[in-house]
Design a binder for this molecule. Structure first.
Ligand SMILES: O=C(O)c1ccccc1NCC(=O)[C@H](O)[C@H](O)COP(=O)(O)O
Length: 208
């Protein structure tokens, strides 16, 4: 089975079109105002409206007020929600949308317990722990901390690049990979050559 790919933190129409042309499965839009990749609601609506069928739009939130998530959903046709804070399962399930929960992986985190707690999630997204950042760290975590059983339905994130994604896939065989900083020329601005190389890396991983 091929590894699904999500490009995250897109802010420009050109980048969305390039991502679609490369065959991504999903794009991620960051609705966390503190992020350098944050998008405004009308900007996000334009980006999502440029997507063809079968490419999913994922909206990222960090401990947002429920009213804020609802306000975004009224204007932006998001397919999936992705939560990067300390949101409890009942909150995540409260928007009538499929959802993903990000888990900051570090030694001592019980991923089986997190999977049990967030059993309503379509997938868990395993990302790098950083006490100062809710996501988009640009750094890898120790992939050895993810048991094979937990990896299977998961989305692997954190510091992935064209140089390491094939090896990450070979080691963990995740359902999907998620990248932001590894395909950028500057925060929020994607680099076409890095996007192309990343997709090649994914295909190499799938064949390994
Ligand atoms: O990208 C951000 O700035 C961000 C801010 C707050 C919460 C989540 C954020 N991004 C989440 C993502 O899904 C990233 O793709 C993921 O963390 C991987 O990022 P990177 O290590 O840069 O590839």
């Amino acid at each position: 089975m091929r590894t699904r790919v999500k490009f995250c933190g897109l802010t420009r129409l050109d980048d969305v079109e390039a991502a679609v042309a490369l065959g991504v499965d999903a794009i991620g839009l960051v609705f966390h105002p503190a992020s350098p990749r944050a998008v405004e609601i009308e900007q996000a609506a334009r980006l999502v409206n440029a997507l063809p069928a079968f490419v999913s739009a994922v909206g990222l939130f960090v401990d947002a007020e429920a009213a804020r998530v609802r306000a975004v959903l009224e204007r932006v046709a998001l397919d999936v929600l992705q939560f990067h804070g300390a949101e409890p399962p009942a909150y995540c399930a409260g928007f009538a949308r499929p959802w993903i929960k990000s888990i900051a992986v570090r030694a001592g985190v019980d991923l089986a317990a997190e999977a049990h707690r967030y059993a309503g999630a379509r997938s868990l997204l395993f990302d790098t722990y950083d006490p100062a950042l809710a996501g988009g760290t640009g750094r890898c975590f120790d992939w050895g901390l993810v048991p094979a059983r937990q990896a299977r339905r998961s989305i692997l994130a954190g510091g992935l690049t064209a140089a390491n994604v094939a090896e990450a896939i070979r080691q963990l065989r995740p359902h999907a990979v998620d990248v932001s900083g590894g395909i950028e020329q500057a925060k929020g601005l994607k680099a076409p050559d890095k996007m192309t190389d990343f997709m090649k890396g994914v295909r190499d991983g799938d064949q390994s």
